[in-house]
Design a protein around this ligand. Structure first.
Ligand code: SAH
Length: 359
């Protein structure tokens, strides 16, 4: 006997897909728009509550489809207003999403994978390894849960794909989630409010250029020299700094848009004025800005945060060379919600992964 096919999850469908599914059942296509409005604008996650749909249709939808929503397992609030959401997925896996208020907009930091395969030397998520990719429903679902829990469903907010995982390693589901979130009958989130942060997977960066909903791009560079970068970002071995920068130069940028280069500052490793000068040379002529992220230290991370003086010196060298530079204020460190601090304990992991996580 074969198991019955699972009912399709409406939250993983783009509007045209839902329209086609309803059409196939002989339903008018505008029902899809109504369903989108219920789910995204009113936060309803049961067909029974969609009171402007005929009762018979509500019953039919409930047998043919499902609406899945990540379960809020825990919520923690930092002294600075940052909030960390621990969400449980249908298979029991857990991920974290972070709400960062007023930066200057409301920002949701969203995960794209459970764990991550990129292995950055200073990142806690890397210690989990890649457990699995998230589906588009799970990526967009984080936004639904955060917007709903925070009462921001009708406010403008920004999304940064800077939570757990490498978004370009999970390209199709990530882009699908952005299309779902951009739909005018749902959150209507414009691509200029989305920033995708990547370790620099060159073919995927090139593919981004072909997307109708191209988000802002942030590239995690962390070093201007090849050998240092390979040490810090092992997955970077595949694409050299030079190739990444070239791909960025080719990226068509809309007016006033710039590429952000993220640079985690590690004391005595990549924070010298010489490295700053090399970085400035590398980026010259690019519409770029550099976002310095002083390391968020954690047990098991074999690096230290530079002194404020070293951070200022590094930023100063860039500014002197006319590179726009900012220093990321660390938010939510007291609840371990800051960059690189997202790691989920428990869940089913291999003994080696568990050991690595505790190191
Ligand atoms: N995989 C993507 C997005 C996730 S991380 C990427 O690499 O860009 C978002 C940012 O946090 C990246 O720039 C990452 O390098 C940085 N980060 C990771 N660990 C950190 C730490 N311990 N302290 C400060 N920033 C960290």
């Amino acid at each position: 006997m074969t198991a019955p096919a699972p009912r399709p999850d409406v939250t993983g469908l783009e509007l045209p897909e839902l329209e086609a599914a309803l059409d196939a059942q002989g339903q008018p296509r505008f029902r899809a728009r109504q369903i989108f409005q219920w789910i995204y604008k009113r936060g309803v996650d049961e067909f029974a509550a969609m009171t402007d749909l005929p009762q018979a249709l509500r019953d039919r939808l409930a047998t043919d489809f499902r609406i899945s929503t990540p379960r809020l397992a825990a919520r923690e609030r930092s002294a600075d207003g940052t909030e960390k959401f621990l969400l449980e997925l249908a298979d029991g896996r857990r991920i974290e999403s972070v709400f960062i208020p007023d930066t200057p907009a409301m920002t949701f930091c969203i995960s794209t994978q459970v764990g991550c395969a990129m292995g950055c030397a200073f990142c806690l998520t890397a210690k989990m390894g890649l457990v699995r990719h998230l589906t588009a429903a799970e990526i967009a679902g984080q936004v639904r849960v955060l917007a709903g829990s925070l009462g921001l469903r009708h406010e403008a907010f920004n999304i940064v794909l800077m939570g757990m995982g490498e978004p370009l390693h999970n390209y199709d589901q990530t882009m699908k989630a952005l299309r779902i979130l951009a739909d005018p009958h749902g959150f209507a989130l414009p691509p200029r409010r989305v920033t995708l942060s990547t370790v620099g997977l060159v073919p995927a960066i090139e593919r981004l250029a072909t997307e109708p909903l191209m988000p802002n791009l942030a590239v995690s560079l962390h070093a201007a020299t090849e050998s240092l970068r390979t040490e810090l970002v092992p997955s970077g071995r595949k694409y050299s700094v030079r190739e990444i920068i070239e791909a960025c130069r080719r990226l068509p940028l809309q007016k006033r848009r710039r590429i952000t280069f993220e640079y985690v500052l590690l004391a005595g490793v990549n924070d010298s004025p010489d490295e700053a000068a090399r970085l400035a040379r590398l980026l010259s002529g690019l519409r770029a800005k550099v976002n310095l992220i002083p390391l968020n230290a954690a047990p098991g991370i074999p690096f230290e945060r530079p002194s404020d003086a070293a951070i200022d010196r590094f930023a100063g060298v860039l500014a002197e060379r006319r590179i726009t530079v900012s220093v990321r204020k660390s938010r939510g460190r007291d609840i371990r919600a800051a960059c690189g601090q997202l790691i989920v304990e428990g869940g089913r992991r291999s003994p080696t992964q568990r050991a690595a996580a505790l190191m």
